[in-house]
Design a protein around this ligand. Structure first.
Ligand code: MN
Length: 268
């Protein structure tokens, strides 16, 4: 069993090391993470051939680790094609410091790194700790346990479906976690940009919405996490709007004759 671990918070994040440790209990673990914070990088890929990948000392037995000057997607591509010794059986991304829910998953580097696994039929999993911002100490215990369990189930053939699993764990004491809920991604953003001041200079920073602000619907990822559930959303990246195809196909002949007229006009 070979597992590739990445994240978007960078190799210095405690979340990715907690995840690597959990994965080391499941199989041979290769950690390939960005050298700096890459949150919000979505599907971004650098397409550079001189990208550096530097091996870093790993404090965890059985984990090989690399720091990459690039995005989470770069890390997965490099991990799969250059750094892995043999085929990777599972890709796990996280544990992100902050929820990746609702429409925000589209620009999440944590979640979008797993697309590389989906496209290659490699089981893939993203994990985020939905921090509320008031925790005195962060605990990755529940998220690590969930990661380990899902990693085992996704690779032993017992888990139904081929989807990416996007997992959000509430950042609450383990005794208060209600269980696992299968959810849909809410059709609204979970975080927003607000104006802030750093060193006297105006800037912007991410802010987490509160539950009351969200107007969240039952059955969605945001709802579940706010209710104390571990949210598991199956994702299948598909961008075609099938509902628009019949109408557009009917419209195209008129468009085509306009185009012909324009082309004839341009050659005269
Ligand atoms: Mn992040």
């Amino acid at each position: 069993m070979k597992i590739l671990v990445t994240n978007d918070d960078g190799i210095g994040s405690p979340g990715v090391w907690a995840l690597a440790e959990a994965m080391s209990r499941v199989g041979e673990t290769l950690l390939v993470a960005p050298d700096k914070q890459q949150s919000g990088s979505g599907t971004s890929v650098s397409l550079r051939s001189d990208m550096s990948a530097v091996e870093v000392a790993s404090p965890i037995q059985g984990v090989r680790a690399y720091s990459v000057e690039g995005t989470p997607t770069d890390c997965v591509i490099l991990g799969l094609w250059r750094l892995a010794q043999g085929d990777i059986d599972l890709i796990v991304s996280g544990i992100n410091l902050g929820g990746n829910m609702g429409t925000d998953i589209l620009y999440s580097g944590t979640v979008m790194a797993t697309l590389q696994g989906f496209y290659r039929q490699i089981p893939s999993l993203a994990l985020s700790l939905a921090i509320r911002g008031e925790e005195p100490d962060l605990s990755f215990g529940v998220a690590s346990n969930v990661a380990e369990l899902l990693a085992l189930k996704m690779t032993n053939g017992t888990m139904p479906g081929q989807a990416i699993l996007n997992v959000n764990v509430p950042s609450i004491p383990s005794g208060l976690v209600r269980g696992i809920a299968v959810t849909t991604a809410a059709s609204k953003s979970y975080v927003r940009l607000v104006a802030s001041q750093h060193d006297g200079r105006p800037g912007h920073s991410w802010s987490t919405h509160t539950a009351a602000e969200l107007g969240i619907y039952e059955g969605t990822d945001i709802w579940a996490v706010h209710q104390g559930w571990i949210s598991v959303t199956p994702l299948r990246p598909a961008v075609t709007d099938h509902d628009s195809i019949p109408g557009l196909a009917e419209y195209v002949p008129a468009l085509q004759s306009d185009l012909r007229r324009t082309m004839l006009g341009s050659t005269e």
